[in-house]
Design a protein around this ligand. Sequence first.
Ligand code: SAM
Length: 354
Amino acid sequence: MIKYIGSKRRFVAQIGAMFSQMGAASALDLFTGTTRVAQELKRRGANVCAVDTARYSEILAQCYIACDAADVDRRDLAAAMDHLQALEGDDGYFTETYCRRARYFQPSNGRKIDAIRDALDSAFSESALYPILLTSLIEAADRVDSTTGVQMAYLKNWAPRSYKTLELRVPGLLPGNGVAMRADAAHVGRLLPHVDFAYLDPPYNQHSYFSNYHIWETLVAWDRPAHYGVACKRLDCKEPSTRSVFNSKRQVKTALQGVITELQADIVVLSYNDEAWMDLDELVALCAVRGEVEVLSIEAKRYVGAQIGIHNPMGVKVGSVTHLRNLEYMIVSGEVADVKRVAQTAGAPAGCRA
Ligand SMILES: C[S@@+](CC[C@H](N)C(=O)[O-])C[C@H]1O[C@@H](n2cnc3c(N)ncnc32)[C@H](O)[C@@H]1O
């Protein structure tokens, strides 16, 4: 799975346990990112709808959520992977932009990425394997990048992993049905069908995922965009249309209120933390429109940038970090009986409940 800021790697088991405890069958992961929560719910038998605005999230969701592992011809997949892995490298946009002008990847790996991505368009664009192969490429590139996990900057000195050779691996496909959707949560919430269990994990601050993961956007769009700055970000990172209302301090409360009010779901679980713009009282008040509210709070390590310090785009340390831990909230709302059942079995000790 790719490195992703705000990813809920440490909480998937708890979220999955909440879903199972409800005896739920359908689920929504509205800000799905890496799709790891949606994957956990699918593993537990859910028919999941995974939604995000990011192009790469849609591809990951097509691979892990919409695709039924039982429908995939393993021999075709293995042959396609072997073919792509064996391609000669090709010096293209990716190598020039992200390996020479910027230094996110070693040129030898950049050339492989160029060749494989071109081949995906020329030979596999109509194939059901396309999202699986593109997911494999994104994940392979992530394993050899030279960043701290966001693409606002690359490391001053090459990361040790960047010296490894890019290697495609077969993604861990899951059996079952699901839906992958690229859509804006602020608009799509009220249009989605009823689900038993909805999980909401919006951005918590002004940092745009579109900018933070601009290389994955480009690798999926394959549109060779004009770029700017040392980080070679896509020019459209500057466009208001690529910014999310959930990244706007002025708009986030109304947007979140709209989503929480309009969703058709028995249980809504909202993730947030104590460093975000809205405080816990405001969040609880928003969720109270759905009935009973319980808050689980878990102390957690802050994101990787906080662990290693603040650096400028050239990798030079420019500031200090004040604290290394924060509180992650999961705010559960719905009918009293459901909320009590879900909150008590979420794996959090009773003392963690606010
Ligand atoms: C905190 S991350 C979610 C992480 C995810 N739960 C995981 O474990 O990987 C927030 C996600 O919201 C997405 N996002 C931002 N604005 C959005 C919007 N208006 N509609 C849908 N998704 C949005 C971002 O692309 C990002 O993937």
